[in-house]
Design a protein around this ligand. Sequence first.
Ligand code: TRP
Length: 372
Amino acid sequence: MPEEFVVTPYQVTGEIDYDLLIQKFGTKKIDDGLLKRLGKYGPLHHMLRRGIFYSHRDLEWILNEYDKGHGFSLYTGRGPSGPIHLGHLMPWVFCKYLQDTFKAKLWFQLTDDEKFMFYDHLTLEETRKWGYDNALDIIALGFDPKLTNIFLDTEYIKTMYPTAIKAAKKINFSTIRAVFGFDNSNNIGSIFFTSIQTVPCFLESMEQKKKVACLIPCGIDQDPHFRITRDIAEGLGYYKPALIHAKLMPSLSGGEKMSTSSKADTTVFTTDDKKTVKKKIGNAFTGGRVSVEEQKKLGGNPDICSVHAYNTYFFEPDDEKLAKLYSDCRAGRIMCGECKQLLFEKVWKFLEEHQRRREKAEDVVEDFFVRD
Ligand code: TRP
């Protein structure tokens, strides 16, 4: 019997069966036909080629709209509860690719309200502070300031509130309870919150005063919010948002989702220094054997290796190089130490540049933020 797994925006546990999740959530797999179609707008991103962004809702529809000359907006977000690590950046790198490819306007929501309401250990001042900190990482990825609006919920609430309550009026408590697994002990802010996460799907329509389609790139754990949004969107006079879902990037300790608090020694934060990054990658869980001798004879197992996962998700976009690493591992031609060193070099090259851009981002924050 496979282990039970749970995926909601507020709980991710167990070994996730991603194909089964498609069935459970009722989404569609991104199949070869759709990949071929996506390849016509520009070179296919490695996260598409490798099935990391692997599931969708209404992606064909939004491409049809685009082909007819009706542009769409992009929407994604971050719950600012702490520092940014590489697993957070992964879907945002893809979001940047979508912005570049479709020249789309991006609405980036920082849910300082959500993280305040859901975490006992955080004050509102702290989640706001993390919001501004996290925005630097977002900006550092190179989003176009003319096409990107970043906002904190608590600073954009006047714009959002009328639409939030129109959404809230159409959502029952019984739906929220069933979708998120809440009970009577949840505070009433958390019950309301999904209506706040709904609004940015419509911000471009609100601004342009006409219906504009919206595409949400996100981790598949966020889909439950938008299932609710899609049920009520047309009743509010908007299009249903389309979605493109990513698998969750495994942590360097081999688990499914990086957790900022418990796995600090294997979680690479964007502000870590060179020595720290080297140590963390050195500690990574691999598919290696008990001894070098045995590994040379029997080969390693890249399918369970977090270093290989990092290359696949993020750091080795070249398919041929990735395939060579895979087969060299299987054949016992490359040992874990060397493989970790190669990954470290790529990660550090990326981070060094990211940290430089992150510092420069402080000067341009105001080009990105929108407020009431
Ligand atoms: N709720 C998300 C989180 O906890 C943040 C978020 C808000 C989001 N809007 C989004 C994520 C849209 C993806 C897409 O991280």
